[in-house]
Design a protein around this ligand. Structure first.
Ligand SMILES: Cc1ncc(COP(=O)(O)O)c(C=O)c1O
Length: 380
């Protein structure tokens, strides 16, 4: 039996099926139907309702953040997070090129430009060393914050992404950002249930954003949340995502450009039931990761595992092949056999809308781009 045959047989045994096995599919085994039916019966299916409030409280409890705000999707949470951090048109945001496009779109929706800096090989997320090196070369501290000497623009935020649920080196990143007075906004879309030194990802910067899209660890169809420990900022987030409407029993008055980014109560009902399952889901995913780790050790393939001081949710598990040729072979054979596997994203500066953006050398991002492949990671 070849290594890949052994892997295919292992995956089929885990999911007990000879049908197609996707990368990540949702599981509805708790109170999902009950809460949904209650919501329909209550007629409060839209953007106000008890489940929206309950979801926000559950997110506060899980992440330890002072305030959580439910929104329509993860992208919206990041767009608003950046605005709350003070990002304005014509400014710049440091981020990684090795990410899903939504991270960068959230910057562009604020009419700001990304600066792509390299990732660390161990975390696959934004490298504090790369950020420090860039700022040493191009940063200039002025009264209003940090400016990029090469463009003359203000660097208004730094947004790392916790790739596949593996936390970035947050302590080091926070210290560089503090030194250069750049607010940290965490793209925690993939990392619900992941911790760095005991603290939930998304809760260590100024604002963090999460996704509850269908492929995530827990889903509500489509949905997002932003979290912050700054209560005033959290209250402003709710206001901005609720069309910036001044509270009044019957008058409509909006004193800022807001958004209708509210999560419908129908989705929140699903989200509440799914969040109840989060500990069970994470336990199962972590157990699967340990089984994968044993198998890949035997097969001589590098399986990516959590780093010391972190607890990963193992949202999408992945292997690192030796080179692009091996990666192509792995993708071909697994997909031909009904096992979905997928290469990591193409780097963002390869996309037409971001190819002119400033970037550093990207040695690590390009190394990982050629070698990382996601493997089936659903709860069994
Ligand atoms: C890294 C990252 N950022 C942002 C998002 C956007 O989330 P959503 O699809 O809910 O808008 C996703 C997921 O889809 C993601 O993986």
């Amino acid at each position: 039996m070849t290594s890949i045959d052994q892997l295919i047989s292992f995956i089929r045994t885990q999911y007990k099926t000879d049908q197609f096995i996707p990368l990540h599919e949702p599981r509805f085994r708790g109170n999902e139907k009950k809460y949904l039916m209650e919501t329909i019966d209550s007629t409060f299916v839209s953007s106000v309702g008890a489940y929206v409030d309950q979801f926000e409280l559950q997110m506060q409890e899980i992440t330890g953040a002072t305030k959580a705000v439910a929104v329509v999707n993860g992208t919206a949470s990041l767009q608003v997070a950046l605005r709350l951090a003070g990002v304005k048109a014509g400014e710049e945001v440091i981020t990684q090129a090795l990410t899903f496009v939504a991270t960068v779109n959230a910057i562009a929706y604020n009419n700001a430009a990304p600066i792509f800096l390299d990732v660390d090989l161990d975390t696959m997320g934004l490298s504090p060393k790369a950020v420090e090196a860039f700022l040493e070369q191009f940063g200039e501290l002025r009264e209003e914050g940090c400016y990029n000497k090469s463009t003359g623009k203000r660097i208004a935020a730094c947004m790392p992404m916790h790739t596949f649920g593996f936390p970035v080196h947050l302590d080091e990143l926070i210290s560089v950002c503090e030194k250069w007075r750049i607010p940290l906004v965490e793209d925690a879309a993939e990392s619900l249930g992941s911790y760095y030194k005991g603290k939930h990802t998304g809760s260590m910067g100024l604002v963090g954003g999460f996704s509850f899209n269908g492929n995530k660890t827990v889903t509500c169809g489509g949905g997002g949340a932003l979290i912050t420990n700054d209560l005033d900022l959290g209250i402003h987030a709710k206001y901005l995502t609720t069309t910036a409407k001044q509270p009044h029993p019957y008058e409509f008055y909006h004193d800022e450009l807001g958004y209708n980014y509210r999560m419908p109560n129908l989705n929140a009902a699903l989200a509440c039931a799914q969040l109840e399952m989060l500990p069970t889901f994470i336990d199962d995913k972590r157990a699967l990761a340990m089984d994968y780790a044993d198998l890949f050790r035997e097969l001589g393939i590098k399986f990516r595992e959590e780093l010391p001081d972190t607890k990963a949710n193992y949202w999408l598990m992945c292997v690192e092949l030796n080179n692009k040729i091996e990666r192509e072979e792995f993708l071909k054979v697994t997909n031909e056999n009904g096992i979905m596997t997928r290469p990591i994203w193409q780097l963002m500066y390869r996309l037409p809308m971001y190819q002119h953006c400033q970037k550093d050398e990207q040695n690590n991002a390009e190394f990982l781009e050629q070698r990382i492949v996601n493997i089936p990671s659903s709860v069994r």
